[in-house]
Design a protein around this ligand. Structure first.
Ligand code: C2E
Ligand code: MG
Ligand code: MG
Ligand code: MG
Length: 282
């Protein structure tokens, strides 16, 4: 199942690496080993309708269970994975786990969309469409149950090719969200052209929202803009009741953050969802 990823990982050394520090080379070797030895694990965090605590989706978040350093956050290794050229096979693995999870939820008569973060590099891979079609076919899952999150900043390097890929993904039927919104430079005119259904307001504006006038102003502008464009808004980094309350009063109804749940292991999601739904029936 990991064969494609093994192939890319084993081709990773090239002459540019002469300038790498030994520390970085060591981490690269360890990451290659991590892939071989299944040390990468997937966590998940629910996205809520804040008013009634219904689960709208759950975002998959990768972690590295490092034998010596413990659980590593994606920031510690994803840039390296991109540099090593293993990000696309890694994304395919994440997507397969996500689609499998959707299938297992359906089997248990549970429904939740699953959201996967896609790197800007993945959007330059033409094979992505076919790979997704194959996954939906294999696991008998509707594309609408998968949401792909693309960072606002992913559009900077290759805007035309990236936009073309987003349009193909949209035609395939997957939901699209623009992640980390507010941290990049997307103009309103540009956002209008994107085939996305949601914007996710970056944590940096949300976690201290109630205390910071500038963050209230920015978040308010994003909410108004999204409403005018017919887009949904998801606030990420909701850490407390004051922020939840403020967001609801500002007209944002979807949230994600520690206030509802810390990220936890993806394998536990169906059981978690069943329990949650029992405690929060519609
Ligand atoms: P993101 O997609 O914007 O994910 C949200 C981040 O906010 C996650 O960090 C999450 O754990 C964290 N978070 C959740 N609730 C709260 C909260 O209440 N307060 C605060 N301050 N933070 C909260 P994490 O898991 O470290 O992921 C960081 C980034 O790594 C993600 O940002 C995403 O861009 C990337 N990433 C994660 N998993 C994957 C993956 O499978 N593939 C790719 N390409 N990127 C991934
Ligand atoms: Mg995300
Ligand atoms: Mg984000
Ligand atoms: Mg982020």
């Amino acid at each position: 199942q990991h064969s494609q990823w093994h192939r890319s990982a084993s081709m990773m050394f090239n002459s540019e690496m002469i300038n790498y520090t030994t520390e970085k080379l060591a981490l690269m070797a360890e990451l290659r080993q991590a892939i071989d030895e299944d040390q990468l694990v997937l966590f998940v965090q629910p996205q809520m309708a804040m008013r009634n605590r219904q689960v709208l989706a759950a975002e998959v978040l990768i972690r590295w269970r490092h034998p010596k350093k413990g659980l590593l956050a994606p920031e510690a290794f994803l840039a390296l994975a991109e540099e090593m050229g293993v990000i696309y096979p890694l994304t395919l693995w994440v997507l397969e786990q996500a689609v499998k999870t959707i299938a297992s939820l359906l089997e248990q008569q549970l429904v939740s969309r699953i959201a996967v973060n896609i790197s800007s590099k993945d959007l330059l891979q033409d094979e992505l469409i076919e790979a997704l079609e194959q996954l939906f076919d294999t696991y008998q899952v509707k594309p609408q149950l998968l949401m792909l999150e693309v960072s606002e900043n992913a559009l900077v390097a290759e805007p035309e090719r990236t936009m073309a890929m987003l349009q193909r993904l949209h035609r395939l039927g997957v939901e699209l969200a623009l992640d980390d919104f507010g941290t990049g430079f997307s103009s309103l005119a540009y956002l209008r052209q994107l085939p996305v259904q949601y914007v996710k307001v970056d944590c940096s504006f949300i976690s201290e929202l109630h205390k910071t006038e500038a963050h209230i102003a920015i978040t308010g502008a994003i909410i108004d803009m999204a409403r005018n464009l017919g887009l949904g808004v998801i606030a990420e980094g909701v850490e407390g009741a004051e922020v939840e309350d403020k967001l609801l009063r500002m007209g944002c109804s979807r949230g994600q953050g520690f206030w509802y749940s810390q990220p936890f292991e993806l394998s536990g999601f169906p059981a978690w969802l069943r329990q949650w739904q029992q405690r929060h029936p519609g």
